[in-house]
Write a protein that binds this ligand. Structure first.
Ligand code: DGL
Length: 264
């Protein structure tokens, strides 16, 4: 059981930020990563659609005989996690809880900002999760839909990205937040620029927090891998792997393994 893999799914390649953090923190673990590139983006789709896609992704990973499933996509975690937990008899963890808990621990003035896709922000999932740990925290959410395509184009720096980010982040000015949650798979890649624009704000990288949660869960269940399985990690996509493999290198650097196309 311990040497079974960890299943991770995302709407596409953004979840590689989560896979990378898990691989860094748990170098012995074997990863099965599914990027639903044929149906990305999830951030603009309805709850019913996201639930259906997420169930199909989970069923695929279960066939790989994994020991836990990580929903790396914030939108799928926000809209489908409850249904997945209800339907599948395996530990399934979403990315929202970890980021929310870290934000509550970090804030000094009880004012937290969250950026994410429209689906994630409109769902109110971060607000609910943050209030679970810190009922007095004031949460301001802001959908930042233009950031995903910018990251996918590799525009991680430069004046165009900076001016769009500035515009989104300016809305937090009057709210006086001291903590900002990066509530989307792609945003950790913009962390250097966000830090530069908000030097006094604590940035919560939900990908990193997620890796810590996975580690804690595996330890609690005594499921941590006993020997090095890393070489056997596998990546799957639902559309042509060309772009995934190219942009994936930007996310993963030397850890990138070529993805294969699968049908769900
Ligand atoms: N993976 C999505 C998320 O974290 C972002 C990309 C998409 O909209 O599919 O919300």
């Amino acid at each position: 059981m311990n040497n079974k893999g960890i299943g991770i799914f995302d709407s596409g390649l953004g979840g590689l930020t989560v896979a990378k953090e898990i691989m860094n923190l748990l170098p012995n673990e074997k990863i099965f990563y599914l990027g639903d590139t044929a149906r990305t983006p999830y951030g603009t789709k309805t709850k019913e659609t996201i639930i259906r896609f997420s169930k199909e992704n989970t069923s695929f990973l279960l066939k790989k005989n994994v020991k836990i499933i990580v929903v790396a996509c914030n939108t799928a975690s926000a809209l489908a996690l409850k249904e997945l937990k209800h339907e599948f008899p395996i530990d399934i963890i979403g990315v929202i809880e970890a980021g929310a808990r870290a934000a509550v621990e970090a804030t000094q003035n009880n004012r937290v900002g969250v950026i994410g896709t429209r689906g994630t922000i409109n769902s109110g999932a971060y607000v609910d999760a943050i209030h679970k740990y810190g009922p007095k925290v004031r949460v301001s959410g802001k959908a930042a839909p233009l950031l995903v395509p910018l990251v996918e184009e590799g525009w991680l720096s430069g004046p165009e990205t900076e001016s769009i980010l500035k515009k989104y982040l300016a809305e937090f000015g009057p709210k006086k937040i001291d903590t900002l949650v990066l509530g989307c798979t792609h945003y950790p890649l913009l962390k250097p620029m966000i830090k530069k624009l908000m030097p006094k704000v604590t940035i919560i990288d939900s990908a990193r927090e997620m890796a810590k949660t996975v580690q804690a869960l595996l330890e609690a269940r005594d499921l941590t891998a006993r020997r090095n399985n890393r070489g056997k990690s596998e990546f799957f996509v639902t559309d042509t792997p060309d772009t995934f493999n190219k942009v994936g290198r930007m996310f993963m650097k030397k850890d990138m393994v070529m993805a294969r196309k699968v049908t769900l």
